[in-house]
Design a protein around this ligand. Structure first.
Ligand code: ATP
Length: 276
């Protein structure tokens, strides 16, 4: 009957091995699914392939020397990747340590910025740049940032995003003009936020630009718009890299691309809504 045959089949299949393969496959899919950059994806695929090869050699081939060599290769690659991805690995440990594992599985936040907000941000940045007024705007695309992620979380505002309010917040000699403005889901969440600084480019950039790099290298779902007070230069920081100098219309296109919105300049309408 079916009973003994099923029992026989189950005996033949190593359940633990099956589970092991299933978990490893799931983990691989999860990690690869989170990577969007092509080069990173190739590196990760190569690394996972090496790990799988090391496992096969160790388990099925009785070749101790080959096994040792492949293990050494995996170790060398692990060290190289740990150096290359130290920011990402630190972020992963922070997420695990603070119990925010959901961020690893979650997709981008639903309440994203719309095209109106992109226009508001690029117009405000353009006007700050023309006036040579320093500014730093962090755009959170769904990073689940917490106050403890900043050196100082600043003053909570929860105000509607508008060009006027942004210009006001960066007006010289006002209490909140120092630090960054945090924008999330069409709202100005906080101002006067002090961000962690990056250690890369320390000889090249001042602290405003290092702050933009510092945050975006830790949170890949954050962008930082920087306006230099010294030169009026506009920059956009993303994933620990600065694109500069850019025009406000280029900023508009880059923000639209990041949000997967149709690219093309639209004017920030001075509606009562945008005035907040
Ligand atoms: N950690 C930080 N987080 C947020 N803002 C910061 C931080 N550090 C400095 N800033 C902002 O940057 C300003 C100082 O900018 P600084 O001149 O050092 O940098 P910069 O990159 O050369 O910018 P700029 O080109 O505007 O001069 C501060 O007044 C403050 O508003």
């Amino acid at each position: 009957m079916i009973g003994p045959q099923l029992g026989e089949l189950l005996r033949l299949i190593d359940l633990r091995l099956l589970l092991d393969l299933l978990f490893a496959f799931g983990l691989g899919v999860l990690v690869l699914g989170r990577v969007t950059e092509a080069r990173t994806l190739w590196l990760l695929r190569g690394y996972l392939l090496l790990v799988a090869l090391a496992w096969v050699v160790q388990r099925y081939a009785n070749l101790p020397l080959t096994s040792k060599l492949v293990d050494a290769l995996v170790l060398a690659c692990s060290l190289a990747l740990a150096i290359l991805w130290q920011g990402e690995l630190r972020r992963l440990m922070e997420l695990l340590g603070t119990g925010r594992i959901g961020v690893l599985f979650g997709s981008r936040s639903q309440d994203q910025l719309g095209s109106g907000s992109v226009a508001v941000l690029s117009e405000a940045a353009g006007r700050l740049s023309q006036a040579r007024r320093g500014g730093l705007i962090v755009v959170d695309l769904g990073s689940d940032l917490r106050p403890e992620d900043f050196l100082n979380p600043g003053i909570g505002l929860d105000a509607k995003l508008s060009v006027d309010l942004l210009l006001n917040l960066f007006a010289a000699d006002t209490p909140l003009h120092d630090g960054a403005v945090l924008v999330k889901a069409n709202r100005i969440v906080a101002a006067g936020v002090i961000l962690p600084l990056s250690r890369q480019g320390i000889n090249r950039y001042g602290t405003r630009h290092l702050a933009a790099l510092g945050l975006t290298e830790r949170f890949d779902q954050c962008l930082a718009i920087v306006v230099s007070e010294e030169t009026g230069t506009l920059s956009l920081a993303s994933q620990g890299r600065l694109e500069r100098p850019i025009t406000s219309s280029r900023l508009h296109d880059l923000l639209s691309q990041a949000l997967a919105l149709p690219v093309g300049r639209s004017v920030a309408k001075d509606t009562p809504e945008s005035r907040g």
